[in-house]
Write a protein that binds this ligand. Structure first.
Ligand SMILES: [Zn+2]
Length: 154
C-alpha cells in the first residue's frame, strides 16, 4: 500500500515535494501536539516531524527528520522508508493542497493560461480545490532535474 504522510509545519518544502512525487501528504500547521498525534493515528499517516518529543510517541508511525535542508530531508525520507519515486505518479497531485489533479480539456483553459502556454501545450490538469491549472513545461522540467540532482547526491 502507498504510504501516506502527515508533515509538520517546519517541513513545508518537504511537504510540497512529496506531493510533487505523488504521495498523499497532509500539511499540519497547528502547534497542538495532541491534534497532530490524533490525525496521524486516525488517518494512518506516517508523521514526519522535526520535533523530538513527538517522535518518541510509541503509538505513532513517525520519522524524525534530521536536517533543516529540504534536499537532505527528501533523501532521508526516501532512504529510511525505502521508497521509490514512480515517474508516472509525479505531478498527479496539487502541490498546494494535496488534491489529485484531473485532466481538463484544452479549450476550457483558454482564457485562464498565458497565450504562449495555450499555444505550445496540449495537456492540462486542474485542481478542483484551489482552481489551479497545471501543465507540463519548463516548471516541471526544472522540478524533474532538481529531483535527479537530489537522487544522485545520495
Ligand atoms: Zn490544489
Amino acid at each position: 500500500m502507498e504510504p501516506k504522510f502527515l508533515v509538520d509545519f517546519m517541513l513545508g518544502r518537504l511537504c510540497k515535494w512529496l506531493r510533487i512525487f505523488g504521495f498523499d501528504t497532509e500539511y499540519f500547521t497547528s502547534l497542538n501536539k495532541n491534534i497532530i498525534v490524533y490525525q496521524s493515528l486516525k488517518e494512518g499517516r506516517i508523521l514526519l516531524t522535526r520535533d523530538q518529543r513527538v517522535s518518541k510517541n510509541k503509538a505513532l508511525k513517525v520519522l524524525l527528520i534530521d536536517s533543516d535542508n529540504y534536499e537532505k530531508q527528501i533523501q532521508q525520507v526516501l532512504k529510511e522508508l525505502n521508497l521509490k519515486v514512480d515517474p508516472e505518479k509525479m505531478f498527479t497531485r496539487c502541490c498546494l493542497c494535496n488534491t489529485l489533479l484531473e485532466p481538463i480539456e484544452k479549450e476550457k483553459v483558454k482564457d485562464k493560461v498565458p497565450s504562449f502556454v495555450y499555444q505550445t501545450q496540449e495537456n492540462f490538469s486542474f485542481c478542483f480545490t484551489c482552481q489551479k491549472i497545471y501543465w507540463p513545461g519548463t516548471h516541471w522540467d526544472l522540478m524533474r532535474n532538481k529531483y535527479t540532482q537530489i537522487q544522485t547526491a545520495r
